[in-house]
Design a protein around this ligand. Structure first.
Ligand code: GRF
Length: 196
């Protein structure tokens, strides 16, 4: 399967996917990386791996579907089968959502439906989990729709919240778990165990 990854920042999840494909743990290939942020380290990672990479700053396209049309052309040119959002902070436009219905996935660093939605990204998520004195947090992989963190949940894994945890220490432990979980679940998608 041909995979496109959308990422706005560091791209460690992207790296896990690239490595998973290279090691044969995922039956697929990361063919394109798209970011909205020209400074995203995710773009550097793609360059280092000779993966076609694109910076599409959606704010620069005032027309309703303009950015979407560009993104769709890129996806078509790589015959993309599935899209994975790995720390992508923009909403997906309606044209892309329609064409790739049920084939766009996102990873979220908490147990949705709690701790998701607008503003729930980065350290905000882990701060909220610790403030609520949760005993567990985790990772959710879900399909993407027009709302933030709202589509069908396809897989979750738990991570303990320790009494000594700070938002930062919890974030580190969850991110580490993401890297293995992501590979496992994307492989299930590419093998057909999870239907698209
Ligand atoms: C991850 O925590 C992921 O769950 C969230 O964004 C973060 C991306 O991290 N959606 P990185 O940029 O891949 O290191």
């Amino acid at each position: 399967m041909n995979i496109a990854v959308f990422a706005s920042h560091n791209g460690s999840d992207l790296q896990a996917l690239i490595d998973g494909c290279k090691d044969g743990k995922i039956k697929g290939k990361v063919c394109a990386v798209i970011s909205n942020n020209p400074d995203a380290y995710a773009l550097e990672r793609a360059k280092n791996e000779n993966i076609d990479n694109y910076c599409i700053n959606t704010n620069l396209y005032p027309g309703k579907d303009e950015a979407d049309e560009i993104i769709l052309k890129i996806l078509d040119s790589h015959s993309i089968d599935i899209i994975f959002l790995a720390g992508y902070l923009k909403k997906i436009g309606t044209l892309v959502l329609k064409k790739y219905e049920d084939r766009i996935f996102n990873i979220h660093p908490a147990l949705l439906p709690k701790y998701g939605g607008k503003g729930m990204y980065g350290m905000n998520v882990h701060k909220a989990v610790i403030e609520a004195k949760e005993k567990f947090s985790g990772v959710t992989i879900h399909r993407v729709n027009e709302e933030y963190d709202d589509g069908d949940i396809i897989a979750q894994t738990y991570v303990d919240v320790l009494e000594t945890d700070t938002p930062e220490s919890l974030a580190d432990r969850i991110l580490e778990r993401e890297h293995t979980f992501l590979v496992e679940i994307v492989n299930d998608i590419t093998c057909g165990k999870i239907k698209i």
